[in-house]
Ligand binder design. Structure first.
Ligand SMILES: [Zn+2]
Length: 258
């Protein structure tokens, strides 16, 4: 049994067969998936698809850093009230974070939106799903002093030194996706430093398909390629890795539930 801790199968890239994509994942052994929200337009399709598979899909609610602009506050208020008004409905606050890869214009606003969402996660005792691209300094600056914060650095592509920096003050998990299978990708060097107890597998579908599907639309069923690759790097069986990462996902997202 595998758990895809980060997948956007509800997006229009999969329309009109979003349900078929979920079913293909379940048929491949991916029995649990977490859908993180992106912005206000994605809430409805996400909720709709998740409701079709209540035993397999859990959701996270948040406002994505690339959607933050000068008037982010109104949109953020919507996702924040979703979390406050529906206790138990979401397993995490996400995805949230910092992205300065494409555009640094709203750096300050991104930091403010991240901090507000982290504070709400702490208040609601929920973990966070952090998207961090070209912005580790800023992300850690916002996270500083937020004691008790739990979560995952999703789509982690950092070095062993980055792992240690994040760990210095925070007990975080690291989401590894198809990028690890790309030639010359260095994140495999971080795997032993992360350790199996803090490792999660994800796809970030429809993006970042693992080899041999690289460059094509990604889907949760393809997580199997990442699992095989990571198991090989760590010299363990894919079955064992699947068990360990599923247990890790349960510990982070589902402890205290069912
Ligand atoms: Zn995502």
């Amino acid at each position: 049994m595998l758990t895809d801790t980060h997948t956007h199968l509800y997006l229009e890239e999969f329309a009109p067969d979003n349900k078929a994509a979920v079913q293909r994942a379940i048929d491949s052994g991916v029995q649990r998936m977490i859908f993180p929200n992106v912005d206000l337009c994605t809430i409805k399709p996400m909720e709709k698809l998740a409701a079709e598979f209540p035993d397999n899909i859990c959701m996270a609610m948040g406002f994505h850093p690339t959607e933050v602009n000068a008037d982010y506050k109104q949109a953020l208020a919507v996702t924040q009230s979703k979390l406050i008004d529906n206790p138990g409905h979401y397993v995490a606050v996400g995805e949230i974070g910092m992205d300065l890869y494409w555009d640094k214009t709203f750096r300050t606003e991104q930091m403010q939106a991240l901090e507000a969402q982290i504070d709400l996660a702490l208040q609601l005792h929920l973990p966070v799903i952090i998207h961090c691209r070209e912005a580790l300094d800023e992300t850690l600056e916002v996270m500083q002093g937020k004691s008790g914060l739990r979560g995952v650095m999703h789509s982690f592509g950092g070095t062993p030194a980055d792992v240690e920096r994040i760990r210095r003050d925070h007990d975080f998990y690291f989401g590894i996706n198809g990028v690890v299978t790309f030639k010359n990708c260095k994140v495999r060097e971080s795997l032993p430093v992360i350790g199996t107890d803090r490792l999660l597998l994800e796809t970030d579908s429809p993006y970042l398909a693992p080899v041999p599907h690289r460059g094509k639309r990604n889907e949760s069923a393809y997580i199997i390629h990442t699992a095989f690759y990571v198991a090989d790097c760590l010299d363990m069986s894919p079955e064992k890795l699947a068990d360990i990462t599923t247990a890790n996902a349960s510990a982070l997202f589902f402890s205290g539930r069912q």
